[in-house]
Design a protein around this ligand. Structure first.
Ligand code: AMP
Length: 186
């Protein structure tokens, strides 16, 4: 059976595929749910196409994605470009000695870990994740990838919530941020 290439949807069409769920996981939060975006064949493929083009324009030599939703988009972008994928993991998942960074959440702290050998030399690593809110998760990933020797200057997101200031936080860390769509508010 031959497979035809899916239609490339534009960014406005992709935005319509994101489902907004009010008051999840708690009152007052508008949860931007990518389940419906990746649940559309043309939607998922077009999202990866747009991200892959941006990663390529930024000279990516490897793509890093954060567990769990960053794996969906980051791994697909890496495969589309034929680049290595670096998995940035939640604590205790990797079977080898790791390096880790703790970072603040709204309540408490969290931690990200990588296998330091997953970054090769000063390779240009582009970060890909589903959504940037405060930027805390991405900032921790930047620190970690730089600790491992990577050159990290760019982060790409499907969704930006600009009112939460994540891109400014990353800007201060020398990272340029690009996103396929933005939603006002939090
Ligand atoms: P932050 O570290 O604040 O930038 O938060 C980043 C992560 O939190 C993203 O990778 C999302 O998975 C998740 N997240 C934060 N806010 C939302 C939201 N309003 N809707 C969906 N996911 C969110």
């Amino acid at each position: 059976m031959t497979q035809t290439m899916p239609t490339l949807l534009d960014l406005a069409e992709l935005k319509q595929l994101v489902r907004t769920v009010p008051d999840f996981p708690k009152d007052g939060i508008q949860f931007r749910d990518i389940t419906t975006l990746i649940g559309s064949g043309p939607g998922f493929s077009s999202t990866i196409g747009h991200l892959a083009q941006q990663a390529s324009e930024r000279g990516a030599q490897a793509i890093a994605g954060m567990e769990a939703r960053g794996f969906i988009f980051g791994a697909a972008v890496a495969a589309r470009l034929g680049l290595p994928f670096i998995s940035v993991r939640k604590p205790g998942k990797l079977p080898v000695p790791t390096i880790g960074v703790d970072y603040a959440l709204e309540y408490g702290t969290d931690r990200l870990e990588i296998d330091p050998d997953s970054v090769h030399g000063d390779q240009r690593v582009v970060i890909v994740d589903d959504l940037i809110a405060t930027g805390g998760t991405a900032e921790a990933a930047v620190k970690l990838l730089r600790m491992a020797g990577g050159t990290v200057e760019h982060a790409l997101f499907v969704i930006d919530l600009p009112d939460l200031g994540g891109s400014q936080l990353l800007d201060h860390a020398g990272i340029s941020v690009a996103s396929l769509m933005q939603f006002e508010g939090d």
